[in-house]
Write a protein that binds this ligand. Sequence first.
Ligand code: G4P
Length: 288
Amino acid sequence: MVIIQWFPGHMSKARRQVQENLKHVDLVMELVDARLPLSSRNPMLDKIIGNKPRLVIINKKDLGDATETQRWVQYFDSQGIAAVPINAKEQQTVKKLTQAAKEVLAEKLQRAAERGIRNKAIRTMIVGIPNVGKSTLMNRLAGKKIAVTGNKPGVTKGQQWLKTNEALEILDTPGILWPKFEDQTIGLKLALTGAIKDDLIPKDEITLFGLAFFQQYYPSILEKRYNLSDQEFNLPAADQIMLLTKKYGFKEDYDRFYDLFIKDVRDGKLGTYTLDHVSELKHEEDNQ
Ligand code: G4P
């Protein structure tokens, strides 16, 4: 996992690097985390890539709530953006993404074919915030373990293409962009999944947020995992922390419970989940 401290200088370097590489590609693959299809997007990507064709790749679908992932695919579709859920660790990902890239560029490929240009590989680059699975996906698409040397913001070098198959080539340098830090809830969501450094947000805040979130969206999983009675389940998150810390025999060492809870969430012990819900987005839009 690459840990990057983002400062304004890093941001503008990273942005310039992506813009430079954009010139060489037909399509941008924007990688997001299925647990955070919105919060794991870079806030400036639209501006950075302009009208370059784009495919949103919802990675780590094995960790996300499948129903919610489907809703996100529909949401992106309603915005005119093709989106495809994948697990970068699976072999079938290669075929899926090759097909999806061809679909996004169907008109362009058709026009090229009419001019007699056929079988030209689609050139693409992968962009995303740290930890969304860029290296894993690039290894998968390249069919071998590659050293993703340019995997730092602002590192530019000559373009090298990794061949996936006859139809697809990827730039060997992914575009690493920064997450949306400005919103506190987004920060909490990123922290809960481990997308940002652990010491950026206090563990008690992450746990309070996480418990309240699971209480609201995935109540039965929470109840079952921590063996909560109805009365215990309905307690505010802060009281639940006190109760569970005692229940686990940690006395008043709340840190031990925070560690346990955060690890449970990240390890999928609370099942598959999605922290960004399309319904919330609609609500926000309606309130604007
Ligand atoms: P990055 O280049 O964007 O920073 O991300 P990277 O590929 O390093 O992936 C970050 C973590 O996410 C890795 O786990 C990786 O294995 C995991 N990952 C990537 N794609 C998927 C996916 O589709 N599903 C699941 N479940 N995990 C995925 P790690 O624990 O940091 O490293 P490792 O021990 O697995 O190598």
